[in-house]
Design a protein around this ligand. Structure first.
Ligand SMILES: NC(=O)c1ccc[n+]([C@@H]2O[C@H](COP(=O)([O-])OP(=O)(O)OC[C@H]3O[C@@H](n4cnc5c(N)ncnc54)[C@H](O)[C@@H]3O)[C@@H](O)[C@H]2O)c1
Length: 429
């Protein structure tokens, strides 16, 4: 994303972004760069203060890019709903977590109720949060109508457009990733598509919000299931005496009909551990069926941290050491390379189990600060001394900043959950 603020042609159009996290902040900054007058609302006072000072907490948005739109007066963050008055487009990008295994739509409900009194004739409301098919029409629409005394479709536009950002990726950005767009009727679709046509390279219209909502869940469920497949294969392959990494490498040479997925220590983030369960919950509730692929994938992926810990215990055992009191260095706490995202991170689950079993756990992660990390984990830098002093080094998240050659060379026993390291002292998942 460029730091420069381009064009002022849409500055008379006001955009409200509700929820300024991994998804909302990039949309807000991009819309401001594209010439809209953008106001972002978040309930987190600390975040809003930081944004006002031009300080970004999302890796994909540099302080420079944020500062440019703040200084130009085309983006400002607020906690006050009144500041959203007079918006033309509102984009809802709030969390959609699970609560006791069920979809928790309370954030969407709160944001929708907050924006509803500001909906006017001709305004356009777009939901971006990931959710099950039907949410836009069955939940968001009625709440907006109730709070505005207007009718969706007749008086204001309403649609859904799933976010596809890949945090940390420099190849695929908000701008060059095609954006699926939908509306509850033709005029709504035109309004939603018109908005995104100004901020991304390509929009892909679909027939209804339900189709757009399902599109996002298909994408994430596909990934979740395929990761589970290679994870389960990795466990079997080892017992069969086959190197899964080499086999996947060879399979990936097939130029058609195959898409590469790699095994890992488990899935993290806000998407894979959660989104497929929105779909299985809906299938169960509406149709009475179990969505078996999702349930199986959840089972395999959820247990990968346990499997990693079992392998570590076995590896140390072979070296005549107990895990208890062993010095273990975890490389990478985030769930995704080159990000600071700790949500549902398998590294935290692995660390927790190692601590419970009495290991001396240290961790290095250049992206993650101390917030939200168990105080018993000692934070260290990845120096040769630190690696050499560890009884066991576990690569959990392969940030580009790590000197992997040094780790392979120096570690006495290295366990590699990412198939990135080689050497006699390296054992792979
Ligand atoms: N992170 C990703 O890679 C990604 C990718 C695609 C889709 N999504 C989806 O996008 C949605 C948002 O995810 P995220 O990763 O940006 O979450 P996030 O936690 O990074 O950000 C959400 C923000 O919303 C704020 N918020 C909560 N309730 C609010 C309310 N009532 N009004 C205004 N702000 C409120 C929070 O304080 C937070 O700053 C989720 O549905 C997620 O599944 C995320």
């Amino acid at each position: 994303m460029t730091a420069s603020v381009v064009g002022l042609s849409h500055r008379d159009r006001r955009v409200a972004i509700l929820g300024l996290g991994y998804v909302g902040l990039p949309v807000a900054v991009r819309a401001a760069e594209a010439g809209f007058d953008v106001v972002g609302l978040d309930i987190d006072v600390g975040r809003v203060k930081r944004l006002g000072a031009g300080e970004s907490y999302v890796e994909d948005i540099s302080d420079e890019a944020l500062g440019a739109v703040v200084d130009a007066g085309c983006f400002h963050a607020t906690t006050s709903w009144d500041d959203l008055a007079g918006f033309d487009y509102a984009v809802i990008t709030v969390p959609t977590p699970l609560r006791d295994g069920n979809p928790d739509l309370s954030y969407i409900e709160d944001a929708t109720r907050g924006i509803a009194p500001h909906v006017r004739r001709g305004s356009c409301v777009i939901l971006e949060s990931t959710t099950y098919p039907g949410t836009t029409e069955e939940l968001v629409g009625p709440l907006l109508e109730e709070g505005s005394n207007l009718l969706a479709g007749r008086d204001f536009h309403l649609g859904y457009s799933p976010e596809r950002i890949d945090p940390g990726s420099v190849t695929w950005t908000l701008v060059n990733t095609p954006k699926v767009v939908s509306g509850i009727d033709t005029a709504s679709l035109r309004a939603v598509q018109g908005f995104y046509d100004r901020i991304v390279d390509r929009t892909v219209p679909v027939a209804s919000p339900r189709e757009a909502e399902l599109t996002k869940l298909i994408e994430n469920t596909f990934r979740h299931v395929n990761i589970a497949l290679v994870n389960e294969l990795a466990m079997f392959a080892r017992d069969l005496g086959v190197d899964i990494g080499n086999a996947i490498e060879a399979a990936s040479t097939k130029p058609f009909g195959y898409m590469r997925f790699d095994p890992g220590p488990g899935v993290g983030g806000h998407c894979l551990p959660i989104d497929p369960s929105y779909l299985s919950w809906q299938v169960k509730r509406s149709l009475g069926h179990a969505f078996r692929f999702v349930e199986l994938a959840n089972d395999v992926n959820d247990h990968m941290p346990d499997y990693v810990v079992r392998r570590l215990i076995l590896g140390l055992n072979t070296r005549e050491r107990a895990l208890k009191n062993s010095r273990v260095l975890i490389l990478g706490l985030a769930y995704k390379p080159n990000t600071a995202d700790l949500r549902e991170s398998p590294a935290l689950q692995i660390a927790d189990q190692l601590l419970t079993l009495g290991a001396d756990v240290r961790a290095a992660d250049p992206h993650v600060n101390g917030k939200g990390i168990d105080a018993r984990i000692q934070r260290v830098e990845v120096t040769e001394d630190e690696v050499a002093a560890a009884d066991l080094v576990v690569l959990v998240c392969d940030h580009a900043a790590f000197d992997l050659d040094m780790v392979s060379r120096t570690g006495r026993y290295v366990f590699d959950t990412r198939h990135r390291l080689h050497g006699a002292n390296v054992e792979s998942l």
